[in-house]
Ligand binder design. Structure first.
Ligand SMILES: [Zn+2]
Length: 205
């Protein structure tokens, strides 16, 4: 079971500085980070000039890291889809990614796969939101980094009022990862519950 809000809070406070703050995550250095400090005050960055879109990873069907996914990270699969975790734990209690086995973008899905995606997304969100100490599962398709469709399911802890809304994504980078055992238990629970509908779990409880 994922940590409770009290457990997360105590663990983060133990790792934080004397003001209760965690170090800035690397995202603060990214070009697309929209805020900066000017004369000691937080300000928005100037909107960058228009520019051609950069090609995404796997745009031409080669060098796609998602096609080359490490099977060790896959927790569930069926004939056309798989659910996986990232190589390393992050600040939120559970983050999993749904992707087609085939090198397809969102708008490449035919009606059959689009319907499958809808059913899978609802099942995964329902399963994750049924886990203890999870407040909500945020579901996101962004797709600006890689062409191969990957949908994020990001679970946030119930009862942590800072970690809410779209900023839960930022807290995923800010908070130190929690303990490994409950994370693995929750991954196995998600995989097995999803396999009770369809497909097969590829991790053990
Ligand atoms: Zn691919």
């Amino acid at each position: 079971m994922a940590e409770s809000a009290d457990q997360v809070h105590a663990r983060v406070m133990a790792a934080a500085d004397e003001h209760g703050r965690m170090p800035l995550p690397s995202v603060a250095e990214w070009d697309i980070f929209p805020w900066e400090v000017v004369d000691g005050a937080l300000a928005t960055k100037r909107l960058a000039d228009p520019a051609p879109e950069k090609p995404r990873e796997g745009e031409d069907g080669t060098d796609c890291r998602i096609c080359a996914t490490d099977p060790a990270g896959v927790i569930w699969t069926n004939e056309r889809w798989r659910l996986k975790h990232l190589a390393e734990r992050s600040g939120l209690p559970l983050v999993v990614i749904l992707e087609p086995l085939e090198h397809l973008d969102f708008d490449d899905l035919d009606d059959t796969m689009a319907a499958e995606y809808g059913v899978l997304a609802v099942r995964i969100a329902r399963i994750i939101e049924g886990l203890p100490n999870i407040g909500r599962c945020h579901v996101q398709r962004i797709g600006d980094g890689a062409r191969h469709l990957h949908i994020w399911f990001m679970a946030r802890t119930r009862g942590l009022p800072s970690v809410l809304g779209s900023f839960a994504v930022d807290w995923d980078d800010i908070l130190p990862p929690g303990p490994e055992e409950p994370w693995r238990e929750d991954l196995a629970a998600v995989a097995q519950q999803l396999a009770s509908y369809d497909g097969r779990a590829t991790v053990d409880a």
